[in-house]
Design a protein around this ligand. Structure first.
Ligand code: ADP
Ligand code: MG
Length: 592
């Protein structure tokens, strides 16, 4: 029991310490805030002292003449104190929001630099929750929680000092209460922390679930799965509700204990303090001041519940933030990585093998050389590993064995960004952003002129379509390009790649899901764009195969055939068989 408890506490402290390290850029302001906090807390302790003086020195001595001065002092102290604490709140909010902003920025930048492999295994909604709500939670630690913890702590100590000076017995009495307070806090923290962690996880899962459904709403509706999805959501929703109720119940049951403690304290003070007054060891003013200090005590005790809560949840949020921040990219850039010089575009796969994490070997000993300017068609059955093979070129993943060379230099020698600039990718699934057609084409080169964009749109055989739209290149295409057809999206994606003018172009089944009319346009577009650059096209269609310089067949993770159309056609392999089947279909279609 004791062991996990102490390690958990150590971890929490470590996380909080690390969270506070993000305050470094603001250390001067933090120092100022600290100073303000001390002064304002001390001032708040002065009020009972003034009251005590007023009672003992003036009221009990029937001396009215001095009272107005004392009353004015009391007023001044209180007003000044409240102005100071307002200023303190503004200052801490400034520091806290700036730190959260910095944390969010760091996290987002880190996320952008993680390798694709990380995203294969992460849920989008959960990642979003880490960047948005987890950082906000931490913001409360920097602001509200820290201020109140410190104020409470200083108040507790300050009261002890003052009352001990007045009467050591009162100090002892006060001290005797503190262990109970501490124990109560500790018991509470142990119960509530795990609940909070679960709470955060469950809300993260809910966000992830919603995100998944909303992005694939078409599929959900087509399969009539609305109710099933509602049920899935409902179950999670109930889980979150129950957890929150549970958390609140745990915190609430702790409250009467606090109430009991303060009642015991008041009773004891009345008894012991009264005795001391009667025994002439204590003035009435002191007893009254002491009682008002006990009133001060209620605040730290009562607040400690939700302050601990807040700190615990910030620690959980911090834990999740650091988990993400500490994830190192599987694809690492060498410290002395270079920019890619102007290359011809020769690509060599040398003995490349690859497996996804925790799966069996997918690509086995791939040896392939693609000459600069060559067009290679990559064919093979679904699931053979074609998409995986090409995703190794921009280093979305690194080979488990072997290496890939660009103009005879291992691609690991280059900076990732620079390498990726040299490779144009048109994926099976095109990703367009919410914005205009112009913005989407110019994504990789935002400072392009309209003329430049027009010329690549023309090469991609999409210019006529765009120009037929009322708003032309300024047409808004909607989130992820939902207002365009598949073929139109593909050709916009091709134009986007062309604008960057990369020496290497990779097209992954660009004509899958495209009708025959559009396919002719795509064929022309691809012919246009593969000129003067190394092109790899994954495609099964005849025209792609006929236009390719060479064809490579990938079956079951192995390259089984590589050669020209003529060469492979002669052989009795996958290629010849597939080609003949398709040619048959093709001629049948022609007949009809
Ligand atoms: N991110 C991934 N993580 C784990 N396995 C994957 C991942 N992507 C694809 N696979 C698996 O790798 C195999 C090959 O996929 P892929 O390269 O897409 O084949 P192809 O493009 O030839 O159809 C498939 O069995 C697929 O399930
Ligand atoms: Mg594929």
């Amino acid at each position: 029991m004791a062991q996990p408890n102490t390690t958990e506490k150590k971890d929490t402290l470590k996380i909080i310490w690390r969270l506070f390290s993000f305050l470094k850029p603001y250390s001067l302001l933090v120092g100022l805030a600290f100073l303000l906090l001390i002064v304002s807390t001390l001032l708040s302790l002065v009020t009972p002292i003034i009251t005590k003086t007023a009672i003992d020195k003036y009221i009990l001595c029937y001396n009215f003449s001095g009272l107005p001065k004392i009353a004015l002092l009391l007023l001044l102290v209180t007003v000044f104190q409240s102005v100071l604490s307002s200023f303190l709140r503004v200052l801490t909010e400034y520091i806290s929001q700036n730190t959260v902003h910095y944390l969010r920025k760091t996290l987002y930048e880190h996320l952008n630099n993680l390798s694709i492999g990380f995203f294969d295994w992460s849920k989008t909604g959960e990642l979003m929750a880490r960047i948005t709500s987890d950082t906000s939670l931490v913001g409360r630690l920097y602001g509200f929680a820290s201020i109140n913890m410190l104020v409470n702590f200083l108040t507790l100590i300050g009261i002890f000092v003052v009352v001990t000076i007045w009467q050591p017995l009162l100090g002892l009495l006060y001290l005797a209460l503190l262990p109970f307070v501490y124990l109560a806090m500790k018991a509470y923290a142990l119960k509530v922390r795990p609940l909070w962690r679960k709470n955060r996880e469950a809300s993260g899962e809910i966000t992830a679930l919603m995100q998944e459904v909303i992005t694939s709403i078409r599929v959900v509706k087509l399969f009539g799965k609305e109710n099933a999805e509602l049920e899935r959501f409902g179950a999670k929703n109930i889980e979150v509700r129950d957890l929150l109720i549970d958390t609140s119940r745990t915190s609430s049951f702790w409250m009467p204990y606090v109430g009991f403690l303060t009642s015991v304290a008041s009773a004891l003070v009345l008894l012991i303090g009264g005795f001391l007054v009667i025994d002439n060891k204590l003035t009435i003013g002191t007893l009254i001041a002491y009682t008002s200090y006990l009133g001060y005590l209620a605040r730290p005790i009562r607040q400690s519940g939700f302050l601990i809560n807040m700190i615990q949840s910030s620690a959980s949020a911090g834990e999740r933030i650091f988990e993400l921040l500490d994830t190192v990219s599987k694809v690492e850039e060498k410290a002395d990585a270079k920019e890619v010089p102007s290359v011809k575009g020769k690509l060599s796969f040398i003995n490349v093998s690859f497996a996804y994490p925790n799966t069996k070997l997918l690509l086995k000993n791939i040896n392939l050389e693609i000459e600069a300017g060559e067009t290679l068609a990559l064919v093979g059955p679904t699931g053979a590993g074609k998409s995986t093979l090409i995703s190794l070129i921009p280093r979305f993943y690194d080979p488990s064995q072997g290496e890939i060379r660009l103009d005879d230099v291992n691609i690991k020698e280059y900076k990732l960004k620079s390498l990726r600039q040299k490779i144009g990718f048109v994926l099976q699934e095109t990703f367009l952003f919410d914005g205009t057609i112009f913005d989407n084409i110019a994504y990789g080169k935002p400072l392009s002129t309209l003329e430049e964009v027009k010329s690549v749109a023309k090469a991609a055989e999409i210019a006529d379509f765009i120009e037929s739209l009322p708003k032309g290149y300024d047409t808004e295409i909607g989130e992820r390009g939902v207002r365009l057809s598949g073929g139109q999206r593909q050709r916009i994606a091709i134009a986007r790649v062309l604008l960057v003018n990369p020496p290497i172009l990779v097209l992954d089944e660009p004509t899958a899901n495209i009708d025959a009319g559009t396919e002719a346009k795509m064929e022309k577009a691809i012919l246009n764009v593969s000129k003067n650059r190394t092109t790899i096209v994954i495609a099964h269609r005849l025209w792609a195969l006929k236009n390719a310089d060479r064809i490579a067949v990938l079956e079951n993770g192995k390259l089984t055939q590589v050669g020209t159309h003529q060469e492979l056609y002669q052989l009795d392999g996958f290629y010849a068989k597939a080609y003949k089947e398709q040619a048959l279909d093709f001629s049948r279609e022609e007949e009809i």
